[in-house]
Ligand binder design. Structure first.
Ligand code: ADP
Length: 191
């Protein structure tokens, strides 16, 4: 049976760190839509040109583009044993499209792990990250906007997946190794 997971959480909640660790542990790909879109922007592809302005402003790229991207990515053979989605879905229409796609593929999600971190910690973490890396969306005004976009457009997915009994809450305020342990305990207890 494949292990199909979604990591849900606001910007700066540690999804990328935990997704990479889970990918190594289970030998399945971590699929981060933000990374894929940034790579397209850097490579100057048609898709990159279409999404650059959204990324720079901290707005979400159009659902149709991102859904298409995921549909193609989940057709790759390296996902046969499972996948970890990091940063997708981010809107209710994206979640609905993913449900349809996974029904077609006959492989429902095993769980949605929600990394819960308070707003001030997110601002602190992302402000710190901005000092080390070179992301065009890690400016203070854009950081605050990305958190608002999360609360507005992505937080409704908490209830969406709670209603499907897929949601698992993880305390993301702990140090990374404690978050990892909480995730491992949750994944280990999945049916
Ligand atoms: P963060 O979670 O820190 O905001 P990401 O790398 O996940 O970082 O996302 C960066 C940007 O990429 C987002 O602000 C948005 O513009 C775009 N993006 C990523 N995933 C999606 C998605 N599922 N739908 C729409 N836009 C997305």
């Amino acid at each position: 049976m494949p292990l199909d997971l979604v990591l849900l959480g606001p910007p700066g909640s540690g999804k990328g760190t935990q997704a990479a660790r889970l990918a190594a542990k289970y030998g399945i790909p971590a699929i981060a839509t933000g990374d894929i879109l940034r790579a397209q922007v850097e490579a100057g592809t048609g898709l990159g040109v279409q999404v650059k302005a959204y990324l720079d402003r901290g707005e979400l790229a159009p659902d149709s583009l991102v859904i298409d991207l995921i549909r193609h990515r989940l057709a790759d053979r390296d996902t046969l044993r499972g996948f970890i989605l990091d940063g997708f879905p981010r809107t209710v229409p994206q979640a609905q499209a993913l449900d349809v796609l996974l029904i077609e593929l006959g492989r429902p999600l095993d769980a949605v792990l929600y990394l819960d971190v308070d707003r001030q910690s997110l601002l602190d973490r992302l402000g710190h990250r901005a000092e080390i890396d070179q992301r065009s969306d890690d400016r203070p005004d854009v950081i605050a906007h990305r958190i608002d976009v999360f609360l507005d457009q992505t937080a409704p997915l908490i209830d969406y997946y709670r209603q499907q009994s897929k949601l698992r809450l993880i305390d993301g305020m702990q140090p990374p190794e404690r978050v990892a342990a909480a995730i491992d305990a949750t994944v280990g207890s999945l049916p």
